[in-house]
Design a binder for this molecule. Structure first.
Ligand SMILES: C[S@@+](CC[C@H](N)C(=O)[O-])C[C@H]1O[C@@H](n2cnc3c(N)ncnc32)[C@H](O)[C@@H]1O
Length: 277
């Protein structure tokens, strides 16, 4: 990796699965999420779906912002305290404030980051995700998270996967239809990473707020790609075989609060950070 870091490559863009068209007639997770985060990369159909959701459950905006703040605190810990210099961020989403590579490279400019998403609109905005420091590197892979083998193969062009790497899965595992498949995706990706690697997961949680669950059920029936809330036990199961850092799997505002994001209280979004022994 020191050799790679000495000669930074140009930013890379790889298309594994090609999702040709940007369909603006159906609401899309990345664009609705962008709307809730206060971004501008969304269409009327996304804003309508986002508003229909907040009419039932306004707390989704706190969940979206709280999970971005959790992600930034995880990345900060990983770079500043755990010495991680490589990230694989699957289900990256549209560029927003404090993307993984921005937080990481601000602290350690030599950090290398691979972003993966399957939404063609995210691909269209990939330029912002590829803006790397000269000392580090960024890449964007258009792929379905289920294609773990091909994602790892493509990521290996930018990352040295023999070295500790942090896998970021922020609000994507809920899009995988079954918990069993979501668990196997985590296991396949983490299985390819060496000891000293990390897993950061946060996801919408079931069993916390019935109004949230009602809004989510209505959203899932709207024609958008469904997002399945998972119980705290199911989210915790993603970390099986890994060493969970304190305070374990908790509601995201309660994960090492530092004044960023919403006030520390339980909301329907849980996450944790763990090290591979
Ligand atoms: C709710 S957004 C989360 C974005 C960002 N990670 C965050 O936490 O702010 C979910 C993202 O996952 C992407 N996604 C959903 N299913 C996917 C799949 N099967 N493969 C790759 N990306 C997927 C969507 O396109 C979207 O960008």
């Amino acid at each position: 990796m020191s050799e790679q870091a000495a000669t930074p490559e140009p930013a890379e863009l790889q298309r594994i699965d090609t999702f040709e068209t940007i369909d603006t007639s159906v609401p899309h997770s990345a664009r609705i999420w962008n709307y809730w985060l206060g971004g501008k990369d969304n269409h009327p159909v996304d804003r309508a779906a986002g508003d229909a959701y907040t009419d039932v459950f306004p707390g989704i905006v706190t969940i979206a912002r709280g999970s971005r703040a959790f992600l930034a605190r995880n990345v900060t810990y990983l770079v500043a305290e755990a010495g991680i210099r490589q990230f694989l961020d699957v289900g990256t989403g549209l560029p927003s404030a404090d993307n993984t590579h921005q937080v990481a490279q601000r602290l350690a400019p030599e950090t290398r980051i691979v972003h993966v998403d399957n939404d063609p609109l995210v691909l269209a905005h990939a330029r912002a995700l590829l803006r790397s420091t000269p000392e580090g590197a960024t890449a964007y892979i258009e792929a379905d998270a289920q294609d773990t083998g091909r994602i790892l193969e493509a990521a290996a062009r930018t990352l040295d996967l023999a070295r500790p790497t942090a896998l970021i899965l922020s609000n994507i595992l809920g899009h995988v239809a079954t918990h069993e498949r979501a668990r196997s995706i985590v296991a396949e990706l983490m299985g390819a990473l060496p000891s000293g690697s990390y897993l950061s997961v946060n996801d919408g949680s079931a069993g916390i707020d019935p109004v949230f669950e009602r809004a989510q059920n209505a959203y899932n029936e709207s024609g958008a790609v469904p997002y399945n809330l998972r119980t705290v036990e199911e989210i915790t199961a993603y970390f099986d075989g890994l060493e969970l850092l304190d305070p374990g799997v908790v509601s995201v505002p309660l994960w090492r609060p530092d004044g960023t994001g919403p006030e520390p209280r339980v909301i329907g979004e849980h996450g944790g950070l763990a090290r591979k022994p």
